[in-house]
Each structure stands twice: as structure tokens, then as C-alpha cells.
Design a protein around this ligand. Structure first.
Ligand SMILES: Nc1ncnc2c1ncn2[C@@H]1O[C@H](COP(=O)(O)OP(=O)(O)OP(=O)(O)O)[C@@H](O)[C@H]1O
Length: 622
């Protein structure tokens, strides 16, 4: 049976919905959901104006036909569960069917997207449909929470116990879970742990009684995002649900962005799949959706500006301007007027007023590159501008509001500059709300082949030539430390493409620093090999070891360990002693040559001999 009712109508259906109406009506009258004594006055919450002054929820005037809601719902397999199909995520004028497959009984009813968007409590339409599961054995509380959530635009499901909740979750994973911690058939904490393991992305809010606040703390430790203490006001419930929905939306959006960053190819996109870059994508995907300042750190050419652009063009203000400011290349006398603007006549040559770069970003992003180069006096002015969100153009008495997000970058050690008094500490903390470190290319060598291929592909497209790197060239590119990072690699490929006459790019086509690096590396290998051969030849040309050679420690020597199987374990110190004494003997006492062949200093050799108690002039070692 389908029962409908519009808010404010007197209730021929009230008997069917039972306590829900009592609960909602009383809650609307300023009482608390979950109160054990519903007649209690909200005065007990004095001091919390948000609760005491809780505005009544504005229920939409019915669904489509102006009526109320469906009741009498159940879902096959989920006893006492309450299902309502999606709302939200609609464009103006859209209509949706409520009920659909999941409703066991009753006709689907429609309501317009406009009606939903109208509701001040509904999550923003772009937030999408959120499936909320309410789990509480207290039916009036459960129903009241479901109703409020439904009005806010959630797709609501409910269960009165842990087993019933598990049944619901089999069919519909929850985006959000509102969970009473005190439940029959196993506590809410158990379900919370299960959810964290199976659906870690579900945002969980727990409900507790005053007496069990410690379990809420435990729940937060396990991973609940928020908690409500019973009894709670409508406003609290709505705010908690909204926060959770936003959090969920944020999590989903950052996960998508991370995937996008990982898989994107082509010009203008960050390339690289090393673990270091994966870490960078993870943080980048989070900061893109916030408005906090971000400090981007990394050596020259690591891609700091590219990262700043990626943050801006994937964030909420992507359509607003992105204004890069190179603090290092601005003429010192002009920096102030560039950043903050000036009025006509402010200084010689100021023939007209000019808007500053900070104001021109208008809700977009200002990227302060090489922030470490900003003179100290301007650091103070920038700090003031960021704190007060306004700038005063040079020569003006009027402040101009600024609304841009600030991203800053540097290849310098700002903290060391702070310690040396070259950079303001307060500005450093202002800019460094979040910091993103881009590792140098030599610390993520896995990215070199993919980056090289990326730049080659660009050249192939530009020139129509088929171009590939020889194995040798690629091998040395991977070895090379790239002090100029990705920019240097990009230029190396460009140069090689320009110089090579055929499709294969060889070592000879790469820049001289790479060729020099290859030559030096080869030379040091040759030198090392030669030293080894010399040493071997010297030893081989000496008399047989048995002739007066040091024979090692005596059996009773403490440097010896005799194993059970009779094998002797010789200590490192003893091995060293053997090597030194044998070499000197083989060289007929030539200690200088011995030190050279053993690759130790002469003084070390004499010190060792002294330690061994071998006096100058002893046979064979003088
Ligand atoms: N991960 C990357 N994927 C593709 N191209 C990259 C990457 N990192 C850097 N680049 C390219 O390298 C060049 C230098 O990048 P960018 O200007 O962002 O570096 P930077 O760290 O800001 O340098 P500087 O400190 O010198 O200003 C650009 O052409 C950019 O496109």
C-alpha cells in the first residue's frame, strides 16, 4: 500500500508511519532526534545556538503530484530495510522516478530536479547521487533520519540491525553510512570494521548516546569520519550529512583525478609513472580541489610550473585565469606595481592606471614562481595582501579586493633562507600550508624512457619523421644525472632530432655533456680495470707464498673460532693481517709498494704493523 502525505497536511497516513511523524513533528518543533524523552525541552542545549535556534527543515511540497512520500517499503532479502531510489545529480527540468525497481510496492512517483535544487538543504546538484544507509534499531530515530536525508536529496536505505545492514550492502554499496553504535546482533563497531575492510571509500558517521562517547572515539580511530551524540538536532544531522556528502564527493573527485593524471599522455600533461610521481599525483589530486596555498618545491626543470598549471586546470576555478608571475625576472623597482598595480601618475612614466597581477586573476590562480627571489620589503607587502585579501595599488589610498588562490614555487631551500633572515618566516608559513616536492629526475630514473618517448612522439608529430632512440643512447640517457632535469632531457631529444639524418638517434646526436659523461664513465671503468690488472700482475710475479709467507694464526689464536665440524672461521681483522704481512713478504719487505698494491696509505700500513707488534727490521717485513 502506498501512503502519501504532504508536509503540513493532517495525517490520514500518520497511523501507518507511526512514530516517524511524532518524531519529525516534535523535531520540527525544536526537539531532538534520538531523545529518550521526546517531550524534553531543547533548553538543555543552551549555549549551542545552532541547536537551540534550529530552523525547521523545509520539506518539499510533495513529489510531482504535490503529495508526500511513499511508505510501507521493504526490500526483498533485507528485512525492515527502507529503499528509495536516487535523487540529486539532475539538471534543471529533469524529472526522476522515485521507487523504480527497488520499491517493493507502490507506483513510482516523480519529482522535478528544480524542486530538489530549490531545497536549501540539498547537496549541490553536481555532488551526484549519494547512497546513504541508515542503521539504527530505534525505529523512530531511523525513520526520522531517513526522512531528513531523503529531503536533502540522498538515496536512502535503512536497516535495523547489523545482519540486515549486511543484506542491504550486498545489493547496494553505501557511499555514506549513518551507523548507531549500539545495535542488536553485534555492535556497530563490528560493522564499521567490516565496512572499512570491504568498502574503505564509504564515509561513516556514527551515532552514540552520551554514555558511550568513548565508543565514538574508538569508532573515529577505526576510521569513522564523524559522529553525532544522541539526542541531536535536525541542524546537526543535516550538517553532518552534508559534510559527509562533500567529503565523499571530494574523495571520488580526487580518485578520478589521480587516475586521469596517471593515464594522461600527450602535450601539456605530466608524464611519469615512477613511485615518486605516483605519490605526487596522490597529493596533487587532493590539493586541486582545495583553495589552500601550495608551495611547490623542486630543482630547476623538474616541472613546478607544470604542476601548478595542473592544479589550477583541474580545480574548481579552472575557467578563471591562471596568472604566472616570475618573481626572479621582474625588475626590482617594478615588482610592486606589477603585483599590486598602480594608479595614473603614481611614478614617472605611469601614464595610466594598471591593474596588478594579483587582482587580475579574479578568482583564479596566481602562480608566484621563484618566490625565493622576492625582496624582503615586498615579502611583507605580499603577506599583508594574502592575509587581508586585498591589495593597495602603488599611489592609491583605496584597497582592491583579491580573490585568487596562491600557488608558489621555488628551487631554493626556503627554510634555510628563513634561518638566514632572507625570507620572512610568517610568509613561509602562509605559503607552505601544503607543500609538494617534485624529486629530481636522477631520483626517478624509471621516468626517463617514458619522458624520452613522450618528447620523441611530439617530434614525430611535428616533423612526420619516424624517430627512435638507439639502445646505446637510451642506456646512457638513463645513466646520466640530468642536472637540468626534464627540461634538459626535452632539449636533448630536440637537439638529437635536429642533428640526426636517419630515423635512429645515436649517442653522437645527443648533447656534448652526455657524450662527455659517457667518455668519462668509460675512462674511469678502464682505469679501474687497469689498476686491478696491475695488482694481479705484481702479485703473480712474486716468489711463491710458501717461501716465508705468513701462514695465518696459530690454532690457539683468539681470532680463530673453531666450528663444531672442525672448520676454522677467521675474523676480518685476521684476514687483513694476513693480506698485509703476506704482501710485504712477497715484495721482500718493500712496504711502500705493499701499501700501494693494497690501496692503503703508508701511515696506515705502519700503524697496522705496530698494532700487530711487528717491529721495524723483523725478518721479511723490514
Ligand atoms: N613530468 C613532466 N612531463 C612532461 N613534461 C615535463 C614534466 N616535467 C617537466 N616537463 C617539461 O619540462 C620543462 C620545464 O618544466 P617547468 O617549467 O614546469 O619546470 P620548473 O621546475 O618550473 O622550472 P624552473 O624552476 O626552471 O622554472 C617544460 O617544458 C615542461 O613541459
Amino acid at each position: 500500500m502506498l501512503k502519501t502525505r504532504g508536509f503540513g497536511e493532517q495525517d490520514e497516513s500518520k497511523a501507518g508511519a507511526g512514530d516517524l511523524y511524532d518524531h519529525l513533528d516534535k523535531a520540527r518543533a525544536g526537539e531532538m532526534i534520538g531523545s529518550p524523552h521526546l517531550g524534553a525541552s531543547p533548553a538543555s542545549f543552551e549555549g549551542d545556538s545552532s541547536q537551540a535556534g534550529d530552523p525547521l527543515p523545509r520539506l518539499r511540497p510533495g513529489y510531482g503530484d504535490g503529495s508526500g512520500w511513499t511508505s510501507d517499503r521493504s526490500f526483498e532479502g533485507a528485512a525492515a530495510s527502507d529503499w528509495v531510489l536516487p535523487v540529486g545529480n539532475l539538471r534543471s527540468g529533469d524529472a526522476i522516478r522515485e521507487g523504480g525497481q527497488a520499491l517493493h510496492s507502490g507506483q513510482p512517483v516523480e519529482r522535478s530536479a528544480d524542486a530538489i535544487a530549490e531545497s536549501e538543504n540539498a547537496p549541490a546538484p553536481e555532488m551526484g547521487i549519494h547512497h546513504l544507509l541508515v542503521v539504527d534499531d530505534d525505529e523512530p530515530v531511523r525513520n526520522a533520519c531517513c526522512e531528513i536525508a531523503r529531503q536533502m536529496g540522498f538515496a536512502v536505505h535503512s536497516a535495523e540491525s547489523v545482519p540486515a545492514a549486511r543484506e542491504v550492502l550486498k545489493f547496494q554499496p553505501a557511499d555514506l553510512l549513518l551507523l548507531d553504535l549500539k545495535l542488536p546482533g553485534g555492535g556497530g563497531l563490528l560493522l564499521l570494521e567490516e565496512i572499512r575492510a570491504i568498502h574503505p571509500e564509504t564515509v561513516v558517521m556514527v551515532m552514540t548516546a552520551f554514555a558511550t562517547v568513548s565508543s565514538a572515539v574508538e569508532a573515529m580511530r577505526i576510521g569513522a569520519a564523524d559522529y553525532l551524540t544522541k539526542p541531536f538536532a535536525l541542524t546537526e544531522l543535516r550538517n553532518t550529512l552534508l559534510r559527509a556528502a562533500k567529503r565523499r564527493q571530494y574523495d571520488v573527485a580526487s580518485r578520478h583525478l589521480r587516475e586521469k593524471l596517471r593515464s594522461q599522455k600527450g602535450d601539456g600533461h605530466i608524464i611519469g609513472n615512477s613511485p615518486e610521481m605516483e605519490k605526487l599525483y596522490r597529493i596533487l589530486a587532493k590539493v586541486a580541489f582545495s583553495t589552500h596555498p601550495v608551495l611547490i618545491l623542486g630543482e630547476s626543470g623538474t616541472g613546478k610550473e607544470m604542476v601548478a598549471r595542473t592544479i589550477h586546470f583541474n580545480g574548481h576555478n579552472a575557467r578563471k585565469p591562471f596568472v604566472p608571475v616570475d618573481c626572479g625576472s621582474l625588475v626590482p623597482t617594478l615588482i610592486e606595481s606589477e603585483l599590486f598595480g598602480h594608479v595614473k601618475g603614481a611614478f614617472t612614466g605611469a601614464n595610466r592606471s594598471k591593474e596588478g597581477l594579483l587582482a587580475s586573476a579574479e578568482g583564479g590562480t596566481v602562480f608566484l614562481d621563484e618566490i625565493g627571489e622576492l625582496p624582503l620589503d615586498l615579502q611583507a607587502k605580499l603577506l599583508r595582501a594574502l592575509q587581508e585579501k586585498e591589495v593597495r595599488p602603488v599611489g592609491s589610498t583605496q584597497a582592491v579586493p583579491i580573490s585568487a588562490r596562491v600557488l608558489a614555487a621555488t628551487n631554493r631551500d626556503l627554510l634555510a633562507m628563513v634561518e638566514q633572515g632572507q625570507f620572512r618566516k610568517d610568509l613561509y608559513f602562509r605559503l607552505n600550508v601544503v607543500n609538494l616536492k617534485i624529486p629530481p629526475l636522477r631520483q626517478r630514473k624509471e621516468d626517463i624512457p617514458v619522458l624520452a618517448e613522450h618528447f620523441l612522439e611530439r617530434k614525430r608529430k611535428e616533423t612526420g619523421r619516424s624517430l627512435i632512440l638507439s639502445d646505446e643512447a637510451l642506456r646512457w640517457m638513463i645513466e646520466f644525472p640530468w642536472p637540468g632535469n626534464v627540461r634538459e632531457l626535452e632539449h636533448a631529444i630536440e637537439r638529437a632530432c635536429a642533428l640526426s639524418s636517419g630515423p635512429v638517434l645515436h649517442m653522437g646526436d645527443l648533447p656534448t655533456q652526455l657524450q662527455d659523461f659517457q667518455m668519462n664513465a668509460r675512462q674511469s671503468l678502464i682505469d679501474q680495470r687497469e689498476r686491478q690488472i696491475q695488482a694481479q700482475t705484481a702479485v703473480a710475479s712474486l716468489p711463491d707464498q710458501s717461501q716465508g709467507a705468513y701462514q695465518g694464526p696459530a690454532a690457539n689464536d683468539t681470532s680463530l673460532t673453531l666450528m663444531e665440524n672442525g672448520e676454522r672461521i677467521i675474523s676480518i681483522a685476521e684476514l687483513e693481517k694476513q693480506a698485509i704481512l703476506n704482501t710485504i713478504r712477497q715484495l721482500h719487505g718493500d712496504k711502500l709498494m705493499a701499501a700501494k698494491l693494497l690501496q692503503i696509505g703508508k701511515t696506515t700500513l705502519y700503524r697496522k704493523l705496530k698494532e700487530y707488534g711487528i717491529a721495524e727490521g723483523a725478518e721479511g717485513v723490514q
